[in-house]
Design a protein around this ligand. Structure first.
Ligand SMILES: [Zn+2]
Length: 349
């Protein structure tokens, strides 16, 4: 198990004002970044379990928007004019007002200990002190220099945290994991993941799993320049979980030239799956894996210009378009490429 620590300090936050255009003024930031007096009252730490219970009740601020993480941990979520901004979790509006530089700002303090900030709104629809539900419309998105976007951030105890620890900015989904927030010295909050995402495997899909749920195809199988692209390139975020597509045996796990860190799994009926450019392989040769097992973390090792998963399906050693087995838009299995047998499915040959 891997524990990632992110240290955040208020001073670091102020020091990050390189990109002055997207920053609040010192006075504005001071009003937003105040400590929550009750948060660390009883203990120096609290956890949020995004995998279960009421903490799962959640909405992405602009469900159809395109999110971009800025260097100061603000997220700009671009969308279309007139779109509704939603509260991420249930909570109480701590601040709802106009700021000369950044338009209308809303700060919500949530029951789970987090705070979320929504700015550049054309119109705020909630007042300070108002109770909101997860997914409730709180504002209408605004425009600036002909771009329509919400400037969004997450805070703990007045310090901005990296929101991509909590939510996948690509799939807009909450990462189903247990997160520990620890108060350390002055103004510091440690964020660490105690329990890695648990992959839910409903009974009906137990025999297969899409290797990178929520991924976007950034390069399809087939011709690429003068060469043949022998797999499909899938992207989410760096160090996302790569899942075994089917039950099988690991026949290779290690570095392999342009593939970088590669895992090869042998399945029934001559099928092999390849998972490459991994930042970390989590299985070794000889391991028996089940569909949906976490086998590696995405990365950029080998010949790769961005962190992604290069996924191949091979039959008898020859590359076959992965779209034969998976619908790459809906992440569903293509049942027509498999034969049912008594205890499962095998590929048609
Ligand atoms: Zn590739």
């Amino acid at each position: 198990m891997k524990i990632r620590h992110i240290l955040l300090t208020l001073t670091a936050m102020v020091a990050l004002s390189a990109c002055a255009q997207t920053q609040f003024s010192a006075l504005e930031q001071q009003q937003i970044s105040i400590e929550d007096p009750t948060l660390f009252e009883k203990s120096d730490a609290f956890t949020i379990d995004f995998a279960s219970g009421r903490d799962k009740d959640y909405s992405f601020p602009l469900p159809v928007g395109k999110a971009k993480l800025m260097s100061d941990y603000n997220v700009e979520i671009e969308t279309t004019h007139g779109d509704a901004v939603k509260a991420m979790f249930a909570g109480v509006v701590r601040l709802s007002r106009h700021s000369a530089t950044y338009g209308n700002v809303i700060v919500i303090r949530h029951g789970n200990g987090l705070e979320t900030v929504y700015s550049n709104n054309a119109q705020n629809l909630v007042k300070s002190g108002e109770r909101v539900k997860a997914g409730q419309t709180i504002a209408i998105v605004g425009s600036e220099n002909s771009r329509t976007f919400c400037r969004f951030s997450m805070m703990v105890n007045g310090s901005r945290i990296n929101p991509s620890i909590i939510v996948s900015l690509e799939s807009h989904r909450l990462r189903p994991q247990l997160v520990l927030f620890q108060k350390t010295a002055n103004w510091k909050v440690n964020v660490s993941i105690l329990k890695e995402p648990v992959v839910e495997k409903p009974e009906s899909v137990q025999w297969w799993s899409f290797p990178l749920p929520g991924a976007k195809v950034i390069s399809p199988y087939g011709k690429r320049g003068g060469r043949r692209h022998t797999g499909v390139d899938l992207k989410t975020v760096n160090r996302d979980n790569i899942l075994a597509a089917f039950d099988g045996e690991v026949v290779f796990s290690g570095g392999f030239s342009g593939y970088g860190n590669l895992i090869r799994i042998r399945h029934e009926n001559g099928l092999e799956t390849y998972y490459s450019h991994n930042s970390k392989n989590l299985v070794k040769v000889g391991d028996q894996v089940k569909a949906g097992d976490i086998i590696a973390l995405t990365g950029q090792t080998g010949r790769a210009t961005t962190p992604h998963l290069h996924f191949e399906t091979r039959v008898g050693g020859q590359p076959v378009n992965p779209a034969t087995y998976f619908d790459l838009q809906t992440y569903n299995i293509r049942l027509e490429s498999f034969n049912k047998k008594r205890d499962g499915y095998v590929i048609k040959r």
